[in-house]
Design a protein around this ligand. Structure first.
Ligand code: HEC
Ligand code: HEC
Length: 253
């Protein structure tokens, strides 16, 4: 580790342990009041542009393939609450999938169309649209049965020190909650606002993109979008967030 890296890690650890664990809050609770208002205002939160594009795509037919809407009529009712139950075990494969994975599966299996691809504007739009239909619905994922090993792996990941800075997620997102780091206020690190519009990205991004940023921040391995490692972590974060409302599309710095 570089001297600067060591000094940074030491300074962080000197702060750690003081902030309370307590009740888990959404990431938006740590934004400035101004950004909170902007997130809540559909006209000023740019994430809604992706929601609109997603809705348009959802309703469109592509060639012979049935549109999403042909199977998911009245999505405001039929898909309300769906996003709050992801990630979940896919009955067909027995594997953990997240919302983006489910959408890609519908596309491949039910529409027989090529995958949209991680972080494509189309997939982000569809995920943001479907997630927005669950705004206000409390997160209620299952960590039982076939999901249990993923939950355990996600928890171990969350608690494991990693990277050149040798920091675990928990050291920042439990130990340093409320402290400032490079202009951000450290939150509990839950994913209820994702996909989110980040000013730094100048666009919408998935939770896995945010996780890659945190991995890079501690100079640790960045796992692939949709990897089992990040899916397991996503499940663990969702269990931490149980009962908190879905807020996507969030707005972040
Ligand atoms: C060095 C401290 C640090 C470590 C270690 C760290 N993060 Fe973060 N993380 C941050 C900061 C700073 C932010 C941006 C402010 C915020 O929302 O907390 C952030 C943001 C996040 C967010 C987005 C929250 C939101 O609402 O936008 C998630 C999710 C997250 N981190 C998860 C993790 C996970 C999982 C790990 C472990 C792999 C991790 N972080 C490791 C500092 C850290
Ligand atoms: C031919 C019919 C069909 C088409 C077209 C289709 N789906 Fe689905 N979709 C389904 C079925 C059936 C399920 C239930 C799958 C399961 O549980 O295995 C489902 C499940 C879902 C779910 C999860 C719902 C839940 O409660 O967990 C989402 C989200 C979803 N589809 C989104 C989409 C999107 C977005 C598209 C267009 C890209 C799409 N679907 C196209 C049939 C379809």
């Amino acid at each position: 580790m570089s001297a600067a890296g060591r000094a940074f890690a030491a300074a962080l650890l000197a702060l750690a342990g003081t902030a309370g664990a307590g009740e888990i809050k959404s990431g938006s609770a740590f934004l400035s009041p101004q950004m909170q208002r902007q997130q809540a205002d559909q006209a000023r939160n740019p994430g809604w542009l992706w929601v609109e594009q997603g809705e348009e795509l959802f309703s469109r037919r592509e060639g012979d393939a049935p549109g999403c809407i042909s199977c998911h009529a009245d999505p405001g009712r039929s898909l309300r609450g769906a996003a709050a139950r992801y990630p979940q075990i896919d009955a067909a494969s027995g594997k953990l999938i997240n919302l983006e994975g489910r959408i890609e599966q519908c596309r491949a299996v039910r529409q027989k169309r090529p995958a949209l691809g991680h972080e494509s504007q189309e997939l982000l739009g569809l995920a943001a649209y479907v997630a927005s239909l669950s705004q206000g619905v409390p997160v209620s994922v299952s960590a039982e049965g076939a999901a249990k090993p993923y939950y355990e792996a996600g928890k171990a990941f969350y608690e494991r020190r990693q990277g050149q800075l040798n920091l675990a997620c928990t050291q920042c997102h439990d130990g340093l909650v409320g402290r400032k780091l490079r202009g951000d206020t450290i939150s509990h690190g839950v994913g209820t606002g994702y996909p989110a519009y980040r000013l730094e990205w100048n666009g919408l991004g998935s939770l896995h993109r945010r996780l890659r940023a945190c991995s890079l921040g501690v100079r640790a391995t960045q796992f692939d979008y949709g990897s089992d490692d990040y899916l397991a972590l996503e499940l663990y974060l969702a269990v931490r967030a149980r009962g908190l409302p879905v807020e996507a599309p969030g707005l972040r710095r």
